[in-house]
Design a protein. Structure first.
Length: 400
């Protein structure tokens, strides 16, 4: 079993706390940070806690036990038990925190394999109020979050890598091999901001993605801005937008597997008509894909994203969406999310927008947000408001 050197974990914690929070500005003294660390990532617990303390913050640490037969919860519980949501507990948690840091780690990636999909989705839907409260607080500028990855042997085995090699990918992807990782992230954020500015300066009405297994039109709509470089994920090299779900037409096949709810879904193909997924197939775990799409509004697009292969330091499949959706390599990646939209894509004051106004602008709202990834070659052409066209992305690179 491999454990990264403490210096690497300290540097990693520094990036997550002193860069990623507060949208790339880092933690401020007096702020409260909820930190969720799975048992399989135990060596990361103390570096994260101590980094928060040194920055003058208040850590609320959650140590999540593993190997406790989580499958039993689904098999023993009634639907009513799975649907139970302790409102006061989670509302109090959201009210108490300024930030959240979640570590993705597991010793058993497929613990829930074979469970009835409807039970998994029922429990996921029950937690929707918690996510909604977080989103509302974030929209008011009072909350930020970030994610990080701690590699285990099980995670490395799943993609045929040694645990040490898996960690080397994490180290390179997060600039932990640099003497000043936080500064490197600030430099990357500056370049992403330049590209984001170029995209937002274009009056794009819609985009069309054409390539191997892809011919998809995505209408962006009014009141939209591209996002990226905010520290919400570490690592994150993507630029993304939440489009008008009603204007999605065509089909897309994803050559990368989707890891969701303790299962792997491979060979996903989606066909959109008038904004709705009318056909969803997969070569592996198609039933779970269909259950996922059946969740309210999960049959609509919530996000469209592009990653420039020149910026991303991720070149290998890691078997985790956090990394795979930011994969670089010679052809970069395109991914989209079905389900919930990022309301931060609205360029105005989020807190003043009513639910009816979000709906009228085509911002999707759902209990799920599921990213699915393709790394095949593709060309993305923007149709501008005057009808002219401009290629904005080709062969893994932005052309701006």
């Amino acid at each position: 079993m491999y454990t990264p050197p403490r210096a690497i974990l300290d540097a990693y914690a520094d990036v997550l706390i002193n860069f990623a929070l507060n949208s790339g500005k880092g933690l401020k003294p007096g702020e409260v940070v909820l930190v969720r660390v799975p048992e399989s990532a135990k060596p990361f617990y103390v570096p994260l806690r101590n980094t928060i303390i040194r920055a003058g913050g208040h850590p609320l640490m959650q140590f999540l036990a593993e190997d406790v037969e989580m499958k039993d919860i689904y098999e023993l519980s009634s639907d009513a038990q799975l649907d139970f949501f302790p409102t006061a507990y989670f509302k109090g948690m959201v009210d108490a925190i300024d930030h959240a840091v979640s570590v993705i780690s597991t010793d058993n990636k497929y613990e829930l394999k074979g469970l009835p999909a409807h039970k998994i989705m029922l429990r996921a839907k029950a937690a929707q109020p918690f996510m909604k409260w977080r989103e509302e607080k974030e929209a008011a500028g009072q909350f930020t979050w970030t994610l990080g990855l701690y590699g285990t042997k099980a995670m490395a085995d799943d993609v045929q890598m040694s645990q040490e090699a898996y960690w080397q990918e994490i180290i390179v992807a997060c600039y932990l091999d640099d003497p000043n990782p936080v500064q490197k992230w600030r430099e990357l954020a500056s370049e992403l901001e330049r590209l984001r500015g170029e995209l937002n300066a274009l009056p794009i009405d819609k985009i069309r993605v054409v390539g191997e297994g892809i011919d998809l039109a995505v209408g962006l709509g009014k009141n939209r801005q591209w996002l990226g470089g905010s520290g919400r994920n570490i690592p994150s090299f993507e630029l993304f937008i939440s489009p008008d779900w009603r204007r999605t037409e065509g089909e897309i096949t994803f050559n990368q597997p989707l890891y969701q709810y303790g299962n792997r879904i491979s060979g996903v193909r989606l066909i959109f008509r008038k904004g709705l997924i009318v056909e969803a197939t997969a070569t592996e775990n198609e039933s779970l894909l269909k259950e996922m799409i059946a969740v309210s509004n999960a049959n609509k697009i919530g996000e469209f994203s592009l990653t420039d292969g020149r910026l991303s330091r991720i070149t290998k499949v890691m078997g985790e969406t956090l990394y795979d959706e930011n994969m670089g390599g010679p052809l970069g990646n395109t991914h989209l999310a079905v389900g919930n939209a990022y309301k931060e894509s609205f360029p105005g004051e989020l807190a003043t927008v009513t639910p009816e106004e979000w709906a009228s602008m085509g911002y999707n709202e759902s209990a799920v947000h599921t990213d699915i990834i393709s790394t095949t070659d593709r060309i993305v052409t923007a149709t501008l408001e005057d009808g002219s066209q401009k290629v904005i992305y080709a062969h893994g690179q932005f052309t701006l």
